[in-house]
Ligand binder design. Sequence first.
Ligand code: DAH
Length: 344
Amino acid sequence: MSALQPQLDEIARRLRDAADAVNDSAELEELRVRFLGRSGEVTLVRRGIGALPPAERPDAGKLINDAVAQMEMVLDAASARIARGALDEELQRRIDVTFPAPDAALGSIHPVRRIIEEIAETFERLGFATVLGAEVEPSYYTFDALNIPADHPAREGFDSFFITPELLLRPHTSPMQIRTMQQHRPPVAILAPGRCYRRDAVDARHLFQFHQVEGLLVAEGINFGHLKGALAHLSRTLFGPDQRVRFRPSFFPFTEPSAEVDTTCPKCKGSGASCSMCGGSGWIEIGGAGMVHPNVLREVGYDPAEVSGWAFGVGVERIALARYEIDDIRRLIESEPDFLRQLQ
Ligand code: DAH
């Protein structure tokens, strides 16, 4: 029996003890290097083979190889034990689901959009469909079909941006009345919100791009009372249950009779007492309305003897200014997220 065996056994025993004590794979790797690496203990023993008589060398080589194989098994077992421990630790880690999460920076719905959605929902509950139209319209839908012939002075009032002599950025949402009625037989009940454009110089009360919501109801037996009820309902949903509406006689070529629609000033509650919002009148104008002109009904192939209808167009920014008591319309389009966020 070679004198090598006890020496190898002794090394193996120390390796086993050390391997039992290691707890992470970096330490284990150090161990592997220390015992089996290029200048490791076993390697040094192996180098000693050269000093033995040639006849003993093969046996010595075999002894060393067996010892190395066993030591590798010890190291592999320790490695498996460390991996299991890491997994257990991972599985046992508790997550505190009650820990407060960091605040996410959420955006908010723009007040103009919020108001459009509220108006649409109000009318959808009454059975109206919401329709969207193009922002570029031929003058036929913008004017002619709405009873505003080419030479009519009312065209001037719309201060339109023309793209070609026949095509313009729509200055109101009323073209959607024509498009809807040409596509559907009566009864029709629609709401058409959207952007409009006019050549207005920007100031505290005007933007050249703004939003309107058009409403249209055409059926048998519709009268002005229905219009009044619809707009009173609308202002109460937007501003509160005590809201009143007022109709002032006016003129629009596409309605007869026509009216400007006012609602109680939400700031002074209609008292007018030195109110900067309504200029002391107690009322805020929100749009125009009227009974659809027979010429408009005829233009789309409806018979004014059979059906009648009301229409309105309200200005969304105007409603926003009154509702949030803002004194400058530009604040709605300037990039002031903190200001806009608080307008609910
Ligand atoms: N289109 C008009 C404007 O922008 C507003 C309007 C008035 C719409 C009367 C209507 C209406 O539907 O009946 O000034």
